[in-house]
Design a protein around this ligand. Structure first.
Ligand code: CO
Length: 161
């Protein structure tokens, strides 16, 4: 496995629509292994294939303290509620912003063995699933800001109290 470089704005690969995976073969398994290793290496909570330069509908999510989730061809089948959250993205380094996300989502997709899985998610997992699935459609959280003043620079010199 390998740690892959992360594509950052304004790279065009982040703005394209990813293709469905038709066959889960060795190359897809390798891609997923590398995505998981990369996500852990940079302490990300989630990663979508376009962020490592591959336009395929594959995402991984790793909520700290929980088992990693791998989803191939994920789809949101239901969104419920609305809430404001602060969000960042590995492909938009140095910034975070306030966006509206669902309170909960239901997502379906396939696992590494091609088996259909369904996930009911809320809180950070729901946010991560919406964020990563957006990546598969060329959408970034900065597109979902209500206004430009909702985007903030991360300033590490400011005390985190
Ligand atoms: Co992102």
């Amino acid at each position: 496995m390998a740690i892959l470089p992360i594509c950052v704005v304004p790279e065009s690969v982040l703005r394209q629509k990813s293709k469905k995976v038709k066959l889960i073969d060795g190359s897809i398994q390798r891609l997923i292994g590398n995505m998981l290793e990369t996500m852990h290496a940079i302490s990300g909570v989630g990663l979508a294939a376009p962020q490592v330069g591959t336009l395929l509908r594959v995402i991984v999510v790793g909520i700290p303290g929980e088992e990693d989730i791998v989803l191939i061809n994920p789809e949101i089948v239901r969104r419920k509620g609305e809430r404001l959250v602060n969000e960042g993205c590995l492909s938009v380094p140095g910034y975070f912003g306030e966006v509206k996300r669902a309170e909960s989502v239901r997502v379906k997709g396939r696992d590494l063995n091609g088996k259909e899985i369904r996930i009911k998610a809320s809180e950070l997992l729901a946010q991560a699933l919406e964020h990563e699935i957006d990546h598969l459609n060329g959408v970034l959280y900065i597109d979902r800001l209500e206004s430009a003043d909702k985007l903030h620079k991360i300033e590490p010199e400011i005390a985190q109290l």
